[in-house]
Design a binder for this molecule. Sequence first.
Ligand SMILES: Cc1cc2nc3c(=O)[nH]c(=O)nc-3n(C[C@H](O)[C@H](O)[C@H](O)COP(=O)(O)OP(=O)(O)OC[C@H]3O[C@@H](n4cnc5c(N)ncnc54)[C@H](O)[C@@H]3O)c2cc1C
Length: 512
Amino acid sequence: APASNGGDSTCRKTSVAILGAGMAGITAAQALHNASVSDFVIIEYQDRIGGRAWHGDFGKKADGSPYVVEYGCNWIQGLGNTGGPQNPVDLLAQKYHLANTYSDYDSILTYDETGYSNYTDLIDEYSDAYDTAAAKAGRFLVQNLQDETMRAGLSLAGWNPRHSDMKKQAAEWWNWDWEAGYSPEESSFVFGVAGDNLTFNQFGDANNFVIDQRGYSAIITGEASTFLAKDDPRLLLNTQVTNISYSDSGVTIYNHDGSCVSAAYAITTFSLGVLQRDTIRFSPELPQWKKRAIQNFAMGTYTKIFLQFNETFWPEDTQYFLYASPNTRGYYPVWQSLSTEGFMPGSNIIFATVVDDESYRIERQTDQETKAEAMEVLRQMFPNITIPEPIAFTYPRWTSEPWSYGSYSNWPPGTTLLAHQNLRANTGRLWFAGEATSAEYFGFLHGAWFEGREAGAQVAALLQGRPCVQYGDDRLCGERIHYETLTGTSPLSQYSILNGWAVSSLYDGGDD
Ligand SMILES: Cc1cc2nc3c(=O)[nH]c(=O)nc-3n(C[C@H](O)[C@H](O)[C@H](O)COP(=O)(O)OP(=O)(O)OC[C@H]3O[C@@H](n4cnc5c(N)ncnc54)[C@H](O)[C@@H]3O)c2cc1C
């Protein structure tokens, strides 16, 4: 099919502009390459491939060289079982011999402000309630019943911890917030459970922790090098997109440095956080259905706080340490030892994780303030040990990184699949892909992998005038559908005094 360009004759011309070189951008480019579309340009803000697969140097080894730690994604989640479906990220990890270790969630010790205190039974209690709730969430999905909060789902299944029960709150955080990045109040019941099931029941329930000193991004740079040459002119690093002009005949991308790219199609893989911050100007403005989808879904923040000491003063054979703060839920709750066999033994590195409001609070603090808080918690956990000052300390501030504005997405209570479809749908020739557009695997690296691949394959088919793309037994044809109007679940006839609605339902409250 003839592919007309975006129209600005002063711009570099290409068939497909891919915005972002994270997992989704690279798999989109790979799908184009596999469909023999070699005329594409990848535009990336940073000086590297990988996006939220982001690592850095930290502390030092005995020889003085630094360790590499992951600020972003760290686990391969949902390892496949023999004969069953395989997680593509797991397959890539095998292909590139990515060093990783089984994460043993039973290797855990629990603490409160007085030191060690065994409350692992509460973790089991939560798990039993979760299983009951999960079965119900499955029925809600199948029967198309109205979504509720994860909190309601858990409470109705018998897990209803008081706000003052800090050990139960810690057990809940370990099981829920740590993965979702949000509290059960802030999470969809139906899709929170579905997201968990689709990864851990479809592929497998094991998680492996990546410790590779090349960084987790080695699987993304590895794949990129199968179709991009060294210094490939199709990869524009250090290039920040500021404006996107789109129509039914093409897309033009304008960058901060004054350059521009005019393409028949574009695929943006920018994070939901970037789209929510309004830092990219769209022309015309994005349609209302798309803006609502972008603002309706949630971008969470997940913060890892790394400390290196000159000794390992915590039990070296244990992977996890759970802390219940007496005052604040989610206050330095999970500590992970890297100084443990299979990880980076002898590193004397431990890190704490916080999410959501605690992340925002800690991001506003100086390193000194945060270090002092973390040290006070460690001294409560290990009251009989004289804990030295750390020799290295760092943490990323995901919410303020302008190329990400947060860590990964979550579905709020009351969401529907159709609302989410509007996040995925194309607007004219501008397509959307990335972790957040995955209905099945949002929040995961493999979600980005699937979404990039699918958008790339569909755009290639459109460019080549092929009607459909085959996925196993399914066919995807043409553009993506969207819904101009998302309906609620109560027909107007139910708006009566019987349901507590006294005012006339004919009152015109506006068009929204
Ligand atoms: C702290 C943290 C922990 C996580 N843990 C896990 C985990 O353990 N397991 C797991 O499976 N997943 C995890 N994830 C999620 C996983 O990292 C993401 O789902 C995945 O990396 C997203 O890939 P993406 O391609 O959709 O987006 P990104 O990686 O964000 O790629 C988008 C790219 O667009 C670029 N960009 C943004 N704005 C612009 C602009 N204006 N101009 C040009 N380029 C721009 C960015 O620099 C980026 O490279 C974690 C994420 C974080 C942050």
